[in-house]
Every structure is written in C-alpha cells, then in structure tokens.
Design a binder for this molecule. Structure first.
Ligand SMILES: [Zn+2]
Length: 132
C-alpha cells in the first residue's frame, strides 16, 4: 500500500492496482474480515505450539499478517479483498488515523493478523515523524 501525506497533512491513498491517487468517493482501503479472523486463529495456534527458541526454518513458515489494500472502486477485483472497508474520504488526516486506529484495534483480528500497525507507522513517517 502506497501512501503520501501532503505538506498540509492530507493523506493521499494510492491504488494498489493502477498506482493512481484515489479521489474522494472513488475508492477505499480494504481488508478481508473473514480471512483476518481465520488468520488470527492460525497465528494464535502457531504461537501456542512454538514456545521458547524456534528454529529459523519454522519461524520463516509462521503465518504472516494479512495486508490492507487501497483501491479505486473501479479497480476492485471481486475476491481480492473482503467487504471490510473505509472510504478514503473518511480517513484523510492524521487525526482521522488516530480515531480509526482506536476503533480498529478494538477488533483483535486487526491487531493480531493484519498490517494495520505498519500502515500507522508509514503514515506517521510520511507525515513527518522520525522512525524510532
Ligand atoms: Zn486504481
């Protein structure tokens, strides 16, 4: 997912399919809630069965995070992502990201099984914060 933040602090979402800027009412960021809930279960089971030191080959086979996608409605391919979405005009400022994050992180599958945390970091850095 590519994200830009203007000097005025407006978040510009770029389409994962065509790389174009997504205008208001022309697209959304998406994540598959059903797959996310399944992935959360898979990740929790993996951690229960891999405690202590884990050999690198097993670590590399651990289930990874589901990725959010940003897409124009016209570029959305049925089946690529599920219906859990935020229209881009509803998440345009850093303040919007904080409020949405507060809402999203109340759903354990989002914090456990998706890359929302990485997206928050990328938006913060694109908005001028330093990487820790
Ligand atoms: Zn597109």
């Amino acid at each position: 997912m590519d994200i830009q933040v203007t000097p005025e602090g407006k978040i510009e979402w770029l389409c994962d399919a065509c790389s174009g800027v997504i205008a208001d009412e022309d697209g959304a960021i998406w994540c598959d809630a059903v797959a996310g809930q399944g992935r959360e279960e898979e990740i929790l089971k993996w951690h229960e069965s891999h405690t202590g030191a884990v050999p690198i080959d097993q670590f590399l086979d651990a289930p990874g995070d589901l990725e959010w996608a940003s897409l124009h409605f016209a570029c959305f391919a049925e089946g690529k992502c599920g219906p859990y979405s935020i229209e881009v005009e509803r998440i345009r400022s850093l303040a919007d990201v904080l409020v949405w994050s507060n809402h999203l992180l109340g759903k354990t599958w989002i914090s456990t099984a998706t890359n929302w945390g990485l997206i928050m970091k990328e938006i913060g850095i694109a908005g001028g914060s330093k990487e820790l």
